[in-house]
Design a protein around this ligand. Structure first.
Ligand code: 13P
Length: 228
């Protein structure tokens, strides 16, 4: 199986900023590259060649009274092939539950969008040895998914901090998740062009989900090249 290298731009990049990024970004790889920009830059990013476009969020309802939300059908219309669901920032800052997350994943699959189900433990949960309990709970709904999906393991304490688990810890957690699902399993949290090669060489690490380093064309290209 090839690797997945997925960029999560979060709430960064105007449409003009996305155009500047794309002017410099020419990935050369047989692996799957996906960029998840803010909704406002989906059309711009989706029009570029050489990689796929994903959304950072969606609602599970088909349509209706959900002010500010976007449905799967609306994303499909823009050529979106992937969607992040359950990112830790949405679980904490927007109070998304496991049930809500799995409902989004189901709706994505029904619309032929591949959901990237994000999971991970907080610093307190890590320090108290609860990581696998938390992951078991967050992944307990995967059995309800009937179609293609991806899992992204992102320890919350590693996101945007420059802290990364040891390679042994990542290997151990990915074996654990492999015991739950055959889907591709990505690692995320402070991935850079310096550590991406080592991380992607770990068994059961099928790619990476990248935040900050994916905002710079050169750094993101370095991460993509590390998988080649
Ligand atoms: P960083 O790569 O900035 O740590 O962010 C990771 C992340 O949250 C990707 O979804």
């Amino acid at each position: 199986m090839g690797k997945f290298i997925i960029a999560n731009w979060k709430m960064n990049m105007t449409n003009a900023g996305a155009k500047d990024f794309l002017d410099e970004f020419r990935p050369q790889t047989k692996n799957t590259v996906v960029i998840c920009p803010p909704f406002t830059a989906l059309t711009t990013v989706g029009a570029a060649d050489g990689f796929a476009v994903g959304a950072q969020n969606m609602h599970y309802a088909e349509n209706g009274a959900y002010t500010g939300e976007v449905s799967a059908e609306m994303l499909v219309e823009l050529g979106v092939g992937y969607v992040l669901v359950g990112h830790s920032e949405r679980r904490t800052k927007f109070v998304e539950t496991d049930e809500f997350v799995i409902n989004k994943a189901k709706a994505a699959i029904s619309n032929e969008i591949v959901p990237v189900v994000c999971v991970g433990e907080t610093k307190e949960e890590y320090q108290s040895g609860k990581t696998k309990d938390i992951l078991s709970r967050q992944l307990s709904g995967l059995g309800q998914l009937d179609g293609e999906f991806i899992v992204a393991y992102e320890p919350v304490w590693a996101i945007g901090t420059g802290l990364v688990p040891t390679m042994e810890e990542i290997a151990d957690i990915h074996v654990f998740i492999r015991g739950i699902t055959k889907a591709p399993i990505l690692y995320g949290g402070s991935v850079t062009d310096k550590n991406a090669g080592e991380i992607m060489a770990i068994p059961n690490v099928d790619g990476v989900l990248v935040g900050g380093a994916a905002l710079c064309p050169n750094k993101f290209t370095g991460i993509i090249n590390a998988a080649n």
